[in-house]
Design a protein around this ligand. Structure first.
Ligand SMILES: [Zn+2]
Length: 414
């Protein structure tokens, strides 16, 4: 792998579709089309067949000596005013993997690059459109009526890009023959930076539980109601939030976030009679995640009781943890170490297209560090030295996957 060529491509993409205000490759816009044109121009230099599938995903297929193929990819779309590496690193490192293989002749099995459509969901609020269509987990009726800020419907906008919503699942036919999936991405968090590691293998994506805790008490006059006679929902929610923080600390590897709370009537002269509190919990282990949720429920109930209030936990959204393939995690860990990093693996807090693939085929990811440890902002960055380690580790993982596939360890999907 030649990391220089990856960095050159990434800088050129940033020049074409970014700038001082950050990346602007929002999916289903002209800037996204421009990013894709640049990707096509790079792929056009390689011995590949390019196609766009029924969900708008761009594929570039390179023939191998035996049947089936390993998939490498990520997404070129970004959030508005996003960073230069989120998604783009995965796509252009995948381009380099194809380039390297082409320079060495024919790979032992096929190699396919995919640029997933609309990973970010920045325009319509639904992430992972392309990969979830491909994996068969997208329900068209759930997204059909989604509208962007200008009131345009998702279904109509997709049609302009030749994507028929009700046929998007046909994208899944492209997985016939797929043997494994690999994606490199920036971590988007502080874990690797804090441990001084340039890159790591990824264990899988966190399961998520999202709830709205609704506390009901009694609205009362702030002057006329003695302290001991209140049913104050803001106090109950506050006590619960602090206890939920302890639930997070008590479950290693888990995170609990109270993202906000709104109280009614929300005026300075009244005790809050109703408070709604947002709760997000994540863990890689399903049983631990369930225990964390039980802990949060208990914390809410105790706090409500202490303040003479009632509480109800309303379910907003959840997704189970999606673990990656053990054999491939081992391979990725060894590759990171051989490339100059340490033999480590960490879970992913954010979801990725790889999670959709992991439902169907052996999958793994590699993270590079993020420093500063932020993403979805133009400040997003990674030291060049860390990117080089991650890119090298990726190249080694691709080679290892191709060898194992050729040896029959990763059979093609029917
Ligand atoms: Zn991303």
């Amino acid at each position: 792998m030649n990391a220089d060529r990856v960095l050159e491509d990434l800088r050129e993409l940033a020049r074409l579709t970014g700038g001082p205000d950050g990346a602007r490759r929002v999916c289903w816009t002209d800037e996204w089309t421009k990013a894709r044109e640049f990707l096509r121009s790079r792929l056009g230099e390689l011995p590949v067949d390019m196609t766009v599938d029924a969900a708008g995903n761009l594929w570039a297929a390179m023939e191998g000596e035996s049947d089936g193929f390993v998939i490498v990819g990520s997404h070129v779309d970004s959030v508005p005013a996003g960073g230069w590496l989120d998604g783009a690193l995965g796509v252009f490192t995948a381009v380099e993997a194809l380039r390297t293989q082409a320079e060495h002749g024919t790979p032992p099995v096929g190699l396919r690059l995919v640029d997933w459509a609309d990973e970010e969901g920045a325009r319509f609020g639904r992430s992972l459109f392309g990969s979830s269509s491909c994996a068969g987990t997208l329900d068209p009726d759930e997204v059909r009526e989604l509208r962007d800020r200008d009131g345009e419907r998702l279904e109509d906008v997709l049609a302009r890009y030749d994507v028929e919503l009700d046929r998007a699942h046909e994208s899944g036919a492209g997985l016939r023959g797929a043997r494994a999936y690999l994606e490199i991405h920036i971590e988007q968090g502080p874990v690797l930076e804090a441990s001084g590691e340039p890159a790591a293998a990824v264990l899988g994506t966190f399961g998520v539980e999202r709830h709205l805790a609704v506390f009901t008490g009694e609205t009362a006059h702030a002057g006329a109601t003695p302290m001991g006679m209140r049913r104050d929902t803001f106090m109950a929610a506050s006590q619960a939030a602090l206890a939920i923080r302890e639930v997070g600390f008590a479950h290693d590897g888990g995170v609990c976030t109270v993202g906000g709370a709104t109280s009614e009537p929300g005026v300075v002269t009244a005790v809050a009679g109703r408070t709604e509190m947002l709760l997000d919990q994540r863990h890689l282990d399903p049983d631990t995640l369930a225990a964390m949720l039980a802990g949060a429920r208990e914390a809410c109930e105790r706090a409500a009781a202490d303040h003479g209030c009632e509480v109800e936990l309303k379910h907003l959204w959840s997704i189970p943890p999606i673990p990656f393939d053990d054999r491939l995690i081992r391979l990725a860990r060894e590759s990171v170490e051989a490339a100059g990093g340490k033999d480590t693996a960490i879970p992913s807090g954010p979801l990725h297209d790889a999670a959709e693939m992991a439902r169907l085929i052996p999958t793994v990811m590699i993270f590079s560090s993020s420093s500063p440890p932020v993403s979805h902002t133009k400040e997003e960055d990674t030291p060049e030295a860390d990117l080089r380690v991650a890119i090298e580790a990726y190249g080694r993982t691709v080679s290892g996957m191709l060898e194992r596939a050729a040896a029959g360890e990763l059979p093609p999907r029917e």
